[in-house]
Design a protein around this ligand. Structure first.
Ligand code: MN
Length: 153
């Protein structure tokens, strides 16, 4: 786990985003940030291993089963980012408004290199979700799928 990429992309004298540091806490929180950048997208972040593991989802995250979303993995963010909302000024990486779309805690059920399963306890997203990395996606190595899983019979 490292915040090197996160720090390299930003100038903290120019953006209100937190610089942050690796966290030793064992909390299990998630956030979805609606990010009005060049293209609107939803940043989905899970608190895992002292950072926020992060994916950018180009369309609204599904509240129900049957809808699969592309989720492009992005650089790990500091846990302090979980509360970030505001405007990243023009000229900065990710310039645009950030709004917290949903947040809450989660229970981790599976955490493999290419498959993460968790129960979300948010206000909008509730239930068992999966992030899974398909082999050989046309969207490249950073491409995952995000969707709500069917209830277990
Ligand atoms: Mn973003």
């Amino acid at each position: 786990m490292s915040l090197e990429k996160y720090h390299k992309k930003r100038r903290f004298s120019k953006t209100p985003e937190p610089k942050g540091a690796l966290s030793g806490k064992k909390q299990k929180r998630f956030v979805v940030q609606e990010h009005h950048a060049r293209a609107l997208h939803y940043d989905f972040r899970l608190e895992l291993g002292g950072v926020l593991k992060s994916w950018a989802i180009p369309k609204v995250p599904p509240k129900t089963t049957g809808i699969r979303r592309l989720a492009m993995q992005t650089e790990d963010h500091p846990v302090e980012y979980i509360n970030f909302a505001g405007v990243i000024p023009e000229g900065n990486y990710g310039a645009g408004r950030v709004i917290i779309w949903d947040k809450g805690e989660f229970n981790l059920e599976k955490n493999k290199r290419d498959e993460i399963i968790f129960i979300l306890k948010g206000l909008k997203l509730k239930g068992r979700y999966i992030l899974i990395k398909p082999k050989g996606s046309r969207f490249g190595k950073k491409a995952w799928l995000f969707f709500k899983m069917k209830e277990q019979p």
